[in-house]
Every structure is written in structure tokens, then in C-alpha cells.
Design a protein around this ligand. Structure first.
Ligand code: PMP
Length: 361
């Protein structure tokens, strides 16, 4: 019987237990080769096979069309905030950004260091509790791209639609919702995701980029940040994050075994329905996000009296329900329920919430 806790951390987040067990079993001696994946040359046949299989499994999971490159890069999602304008925003161009929370604001600040940014829409007018409809957006005439975050991890605000921007490349930060539900990759110019939520260990960032967007980097773009150079070198211009890449591959294999993204979507829908249902039927817990923009992955909620936050968290910890404290900028609670967090975890949380309410409500 596993002694592992239910981990609701926003990231680095829970990984599937089966993946950790497999990594453990293979740690000292990978498939009889007598060494760990961590100790292999990234140029070895063995490692290249591991890396290629991970990419192929991700392509299968998301049905990534052939005219897209899949890159396994470093620096997390935050490095992409600079990498995107350096590669896609001409020095005299303009890029459109949508602000739906803290991560999109960070991407806006970083892009502004490299060129002209037009904030086409902001959720600020809705206190970040709702996403402005596209009829309210002020798009530029000749934007180099439009950037948005499909799921704001801290605020718990998620798009349930894809912006319609014609020929303008759509660039999306999917750090906290990639692989959680079905996705039409062909709608996007570039998709990126920090790994530490639905993919694998932190530090790694996965970039899925349409081939026609390669080769547009400005001359000053550092070699290590140039998508074309990364693509031409199979994400091995330098030594990649080999172990993180391998572990992500194990997660992709696990996802396929679970029935792929469609199965995850069904599971994640059941999980979020259960949790939001529990919040909505009580007068003790609240979530302020407008119904159609509620995140399936990150569920912030407040208790009726914030003096109860500490005892709530202490009781949760004692039951092995970990990392429920909300982000410091928001307060309250937040349950992150990524793919590797099972329905049993959400059931345990909801049972504890009811128990706590009975005692303190
Ligand atoms: N974007 C989003 C939506 C995130 O949730 C995060 C991390 N929580 C980031 C970007 C930054 O990721 P990283 O720490 O990998 O740079």
C-alpha cells in the first residue's frame, strides 16, 4: 500500500506513481546497459532513442501535425517570455498580448523589453474573475503574433475557447493545462509549456512550433534561444536536460496507457465538477471565477472566515492532503488537480472540506 500523500501543489506538481516507480526501477541500470539515464551521453544511440520516443509519444497524444517541430528546451516557461519576441517579433513590429493574470502580465513585461506590445485585452476590468470576449479585444492591424495564457495557474482563470485571429500566429502559454483536454494544435503557431505540471520535472519547457515560424529570429537573438537552431539540432545544440526529458517520456507513455488525452479530459471533467460542485453547494467555501472561465486544473477557493485558513491547512496536512495554500498574491486555498492527481484525491479533499465545514461552519 502506497504511503504517498495527495499532492495538490501547483508546480512542481504530482507525478504519476507508476512513473516514479518505473524511474526508480530503471535508475541504476537502464534496460541492462549498466548505467543510469542520467549518466548517458545525449549523443548515444540509447539516449537518442529515449528522446525520439518521448517526442513521438507526445506527437501521438496531441496529434501534432507534421509541419510542427517539437522542442525540449531549458529555462522553464519563463525563458519563453523572452524567447518568443526574440524569435517572432521584428524590431519595428508589434505583438498583441492578452492579460488574464499574473503569468500573462509577466509575459507582457518581458516582451516589452524587446519591442512594441499592444495589450489587446485585459481581464483587469473584471477583477481577473472573467475573460473579456473577443468582441472587446483591440487587435493590432499587423501583429507579428497574438499571445495569451490558456490557463492562469494562480488566478484559476482558463479559456474554454480559442481566439480567432485569422493569419496572425497564435502563441499560447499552456504550462498548466497542456495534455489535460483535447486540443487542435493546427490552430496555433506556437504552443509552449513548462514541464512541471502535466509533463514532468521542472526546468524543461516543451515548445511546439509551426515550421514556417522558424528562421525569423533577430540577428541579436542568442544562439541558445533561437528556435531554428534548436530545431535543426534536435533540441541538442548543447546538452539537453536529459533526465527530465526521459522522465517526461515516461509520463507520455503513462498517458497513452491511461487512454490518452481523451481519457484525461473525462477524468479531469469529473474531478473539477466534483470540486466546484462541493464549493458551490456550500455557503462556507467560495470561488469567484465566472462559470465558463473556471480552470479545470487550478481551483482557488476561500473559506468564509480567513482566520480558519490555518486550521484548515493544518487539518489537511494531517490527512495527507498537501499544498492547498493559495498563492501568496491571492491568499485562501488552491487545489491544483493536474492529470496525475486522481479522482480519489479530489474525493478525499471534498470529504475533508465537508467535515471541516461541519465543525467550523
Ligand atoms: N506560465 C504559467 C501559466 C505558469 O503556471 C508558470 C509557472 N507556474 C510559468 C509560466 C512559469 O514557469 P517556469 O517556472 O517554468 O518558468
Amino acid at each position: 500500500v502506497s504511503k504517498r500523500a495527495f499532492n495538490f501543489c501547483a508546480g512542481p506538481a504530482a507525478l504519476p506513481e507508476a512513473v516514479l516507480q518505473r524511474a526508480q526501477a530503471e535508475l541504476l541500470d537502464w534496460q541492462g546497459k549498466g548505467l543510469s539515464v542520467m549518466e548517458m551521453s545525449h549523443r548515444s544511440d540509447e539516449y537518442v532513442a529515449i528522446a525520439e520516443k518521448a517526442e513521438q509519444d507526445l506527437r501521438d497524444l496531441l496529434s501534432i501535425p507534421n509541419n510542427y517541430k517539437v522542442l525540449f528546451l531549458q529555462g522553464g516557461a519563463s525563458q519563453q517570455f523572452a524567447e518568443i519576441p526574440l524569435n517572432l517579433l521584428p524590431e519595428n513590429g508589434v505583438a498583441d498580448y492578452v492579460d488574464t493574470g499574473i503569468w500573462s502580465k509577466k509575459s507582457i513585461d518581458e516582451a516589452s523589453r524587446f519591442g512594441r506590445v499592444n495589450v489587446a485585452a485585459s481581464a483587469k476590468g473584471y477583477d481577473y474573475f472573467a475573460i473579456p470576449g473577443q468582441n472587446e479585444w483591440q487587435l493590432s492591424k499587423d501583429a507579428a503574433y497574438l499571445h495569451y495564457a490558456s490557463n492562469e495557474t494562480i488566478g484559476g482563470l482558463q479559456f474554454d475557447w480559442i481566439p480567432e485571429v485569422g493569419d496572425v500566429p497564435l502563441v499560447v502559454d499552456m504550462s498548466s493545462d497542456i495534455l489535460s483536454r483535447s486540443l487542435d494544435v493546427s490552430r496555433f503557431g506556437l504552443i509552449y509549456a513548462g514541464a512541471q505540471k502535466n509533463i514532468g520535472p521542472s526546468g524543461l519547457v516543451v515548445v511546439i512550433v509551426r515550421e514556417d515560424l522558424l528562421g525569423r529570429a533577430r540577428a541579436s537573438c542568442p544562439t541558445m534561444l533561437n528556435y531554428k537552431i534548436a530545431a535543426d539540432n534536435g533540441s541538442m545544440y548543447n546538452t539537453p536536460a536529459t533526465f527530465s526529458w526521459y522522465l517526461s517520456g515516461l509520463v507520455f507513455e503513462w498517458l497513452k496507457e491511461q487512454g490518452g488525452v481523451a481519457a484525461m479530459e473525462r477524468l479531469n471533467k469529473a474531478k473539477k465538477d466534483l470540486l466546484y460542485g462541493a464549493i458551490d453547494k456550500s455557503d462556507f467555501y467560495t470561488n469567484p471565477i465566472s462559470i465558463n472561465a473556471r480552470s479545470w486544473m487550478n481551483v482557488p477557493f476561500r473559506l468564509a472566515d480567513e482566520r480558519l485558513d490555518k486550521p484548515f491547512l493544518a487539518g489537511a496536512d494531517a490527512r495527507g492532503l498537501l499544498n492547498l495554500k493559495g498563492h501568496r498574491s491571492v491568499g485562501g486555498m488552491r487545489a491544483s488537480i493536474y492529470n496525475a492527481v486522481g479522482l480519489d484525491a479530489v474525493e478525499a479533499l471534498v470529504a475533508y472540506m465537508a467535515e471541516f465545514e461541519k465543525e467550523h461552519g
